[in-house]
Design a protein around this ligand. Sequence first.
Ligand code: 6PG
Length: 478
Amino acid sequence: MAGQSRIGVTGLAVMGANLARNIASRGVSVAVHNRTGSKTTEFMSEFGGEGDFTGTQSLQEFVDALETPRRIIVMVKAGKPVDGVIADLTPLLDKGDIIIDAGNSHFPDTVRRTAECEANGIRFMGVGVSGGEEGALLGPSIMPGGDPEAYAEVKDVFEAIAAVVDGTPCVVHVGPGGAGHYVKMVHNGIEYADMQLIVEAYDLLTQVAGLDAHAIGKIFEEWNSGDLESFLIEITGKVLAKVDEKTGGPLVDVIVDQAGQKGTGTWTAIDALGLGIPLTGITEAVFARGLSALRAERAAAAKTLTGPTPATKVDERLVDDIREALYASKVVAYAQGFAQMRAASVQNGWDLKLGEMATIWRGGCIIRAQFLNRIRDAYAEHPDLDNLLMVPYFTEAVANAQDAWRRVVVTATEQGVAIPAFSSSLSYYDGYRRERGPANLIQGLRDFFGAHTYQRTDAEGAFHTRWAQDGTEVRTDG
Ligand code: 6PG
């Protein structure tokens, strides 16, 4: 027996509950379910009056409440819980029903689940949803992956609930299989890089410019009205301005300096290593969180390992230089993240439209920023762009910022302040713009110890030098 609700949501923790409320607020009927039934009861008594909800206590009741083909959003913790829900739902569903995993699942799991569901006649979609609790309620950025025909069955709902920028909803069918969760993973990786760049700027403004949290908060507030305008810069101003009720000082000064993480940044970095894509910004951001977590070791090292004591440098230019360094490093981090998505798209045959990814990230999500309009424009003009740095707007932006960027890296290095994302981004830039780098010597060394061969600049073919014998060169490929 098929019911009347247009869509179902199982998993009523904050994200699931808010997504269900968002859907209902658009006039769409929603059946809700939670493994622990009392949560559904609570949800219904608190929010049931907001829209056309059907609260259900068992999975059977939930499934029966849905019109066919059934559209079921699963919003549970990534990993085993998702497999558990799929296993429980599968025997209750009909062929053609759609399971939508809207959590932060790792994309290889999505690829596997898509195949497993397909074998049972069920259509599976892995959908990235960004924007945190508020975004889920008021309008997230949505990155749906999977069967396009399944997407057609939910497109109107997704477009109704997504954030809207300049009349365009922040949702587009990203690609088949794991593409949606892949793009969400890279989004989170970029989120890591953006935050790392922000904290490096904060660190320099504290350690070198000698400013307090309140003053730095004001600087971020100002920065938010220029090229850097973005959600993360905006909330940095707010976090730095927050006064701690207990101490009366800045709250940030009493927060432990140890960053948590749930794994998406690490997945992004590992994936880039597999693809052979230099992803220094995001990867350094992951490493920096790892270093932050070595709190006890750092406390010991602070007493043992020496370095310069940062001296407050009264330099008019410093604040502006840091802003330029932040912007240039951000351009590099995005250039790298988009290059990674391009490589993954080619490898997996996803046909990702990178301009569309920039478009749907303009609103709703954590990395929403003005800046993404520039990326969207870049791909509109050059859909097959190798690297964003090659587009005149970004080429010029980095060219204009580079003197300041170099000064910041020099100052931080001299003063002993760690800036892994600023400096690695600059090294990437300097490496990328070299027609001939130093890897010729790596090839010579590899050939010396392992006869791995090398190519010559002046002849075709593969060559080996008999280093340990007579020192002569031989051609090894014919
Ligand atoms: C989003 C966020 C969201 C979440 C991350 C945080 O797009 O809404 O990215 O997915 O905040 O999981 O990740 P970490 O806990 O790893 O920092």
